[in-house]
Design a binder for this molecule. Structure first.
Ligand code: TXA
Ligand code: MG
Length: 364
């Protein structure tokens, strides 16, 4: 578990928390933020999160992909609060997070061999499987649909909370609907801190983009949302049970099957542009054609050094490191008041597909 920069703390209790405690009941003005970087803090945060979740509250928890906004998946009222907090459209179903096979089998009505094949290869981890739902899953979780997305996350904190609760957690990404996902506790605090009671700080999300979503109710199975576990890896795993997998439809025409596939999604406040440039001069020439406005360039291969009048940041040209860094960089640009963000175009390979997909939607 890697740690983010130390945060301002008052003997382990942040000022806002102290104030809230001193003034009686938590007022929901500012979220309580709990750290997890020692065994004692970790355990205390597990207890607190489980306590709130059992009462039907919504809490923000770390996962290895992005932070999640979690509630008891069996409690329709608690899940309704998630939609409210995120301003999430009612037609967008929520992924159910489990810890173990016994629990996942309570959530689904069928567990085909293909599910075992994929789960054995990639669980716990950044993969969501869409399967026929069980009767125990309330309608609100599936947005009224007949399927449910299930994932066994690998982050030790959310695993510990799920085990402590004994029920699965419905959790979308912890961000207002359609905005950039949160990859650390500060992102959650910035955007949702006044709407939830508790944010657990489990460090920087190690994957950094949302899970791969695979629909196993389709024949052949379809990738509804690309992720760090890409087509070639899924194919190799499914081969063992004689199945193939295909990329899902670019955009559904009829009822929305997976709104994460809608064109506009994951957007920062600034306008996002994806550009290629030969060298610094080429980039400078392109920049000069833009109207005035605060511009932020994110480069990874041809790194400019003296651009005018733009701010440049560099993130690694390594797919996994890029995925880990990109959302934090977009949050940073928004915080710095960027009006437009120019990202250097990505390699067009299967490996980079998930990141390219997110950026394309963010730029739409
Ligand atoms: O990595 C992740 O998946 C994160 C962490 C918190 O686990 N969660 C996440 O949730 O990204 P959310 O709600 O932001 O995105 C879930 C995506 C949406 O595009 C949703 O439409 C799709 O998964 N989805 C969920 N259940 C589905 C279902 N039954 N059928 C089709 N798509 C589904
Ligand atoms: Mg999301």
């Amino acid at each position: 578990l890697s740690r983010p920069e130390p945060r301002p703390c008052v003997k382990g209790l942040r000022q806002s928390q102290k104030w809230s405690r001193l003034s009686g009941a938590l007022k929901n003005k500012e979220a309580e933020i709990l750290q997890t970087h020692t065994a004692v803090l970790f355990q205390a945060a597990v207890e607190r999160a489980a306590e709130l979740l059992r009462k039907g509250e919504v809490v923000a928890l770390p996962t290895e992909t992005v932070y999640g906004l979690a509630a008891n998946a069996f409690d329709a009222g608690a899940v309704a609060r998630i939609y409210e907090i995120k301003s999430r459209p009612a037609h967008n179903p929520i992924i159910v997070h489990v810890a173990g096979y016994e629990m996942v089998k309570k959530c689904v009505a069928d567990w085909p061999r293909a599910a075992s094949c994929l789960a054995e290869s990639f669980w716990p981890g950044p993969l969501t499987l869409v399967l026929p739902r069980s009767d125990e899953i309330p309608d609100i979780v599936t947005a009224g649909g007949k399927t449910v997305g299930v994932r066994w996350p690998s982050h030790p904190f959310i695993q510990a909370v799920i085990r402590k609760c004994g029920f699965p957690l419905a959790a979308p990404s912890a961000n207002p609907s359609n905005q950039v996902s949160s990859t650390n506790a500060q992102h959650v605090e910035k955007n949702l801190g006044d709407r939830i009671r508790l944010i657990v700080d489990g460090g920087q999300s190690q994957v950094g983009i949302e899970s791969t979503v695979v629909d196993l109710t389709a024949n052949p199975p379809q990738i509804l949302r690309p992720g760090i576990i890409h087509h070639a890896s899924l194919s190799a795993a499914l081969e063992k049970c004689g199945k193939k997998i295909v990329e899902g439809p670019e955009m559904d025409d009829g009822p929305v099957r997976s709104p994460g596939r809608l064109l506009k999604h994951y957007a920062p406040k600034a306008k996002l542009l994806i550009w290629s440039w030969q060298d610094e001069r080429d980039l400078q020439t392109q920049l000069e054609k833009l109207p005035a406005g605060r511009t932020h360039v994110i480069a990874h291969t041809v790194i400019p050094s003296g651009l005018q009048p733009a701010t440049v940041s560099v993130i690694p040209h390594d797919m996994e490191a890029f995925a880990r860094a990109i959302y934090a960089e977009l949050h940073h640009c928004d915080d710095a008041g960027a009006e437009r963000i120019i990202i250097e175009a990505l390699p067009e390979t299967d490996e980079w597909r998930a990141i390219a997909d997110r950026l394309r939607r963010a730029a739409a």
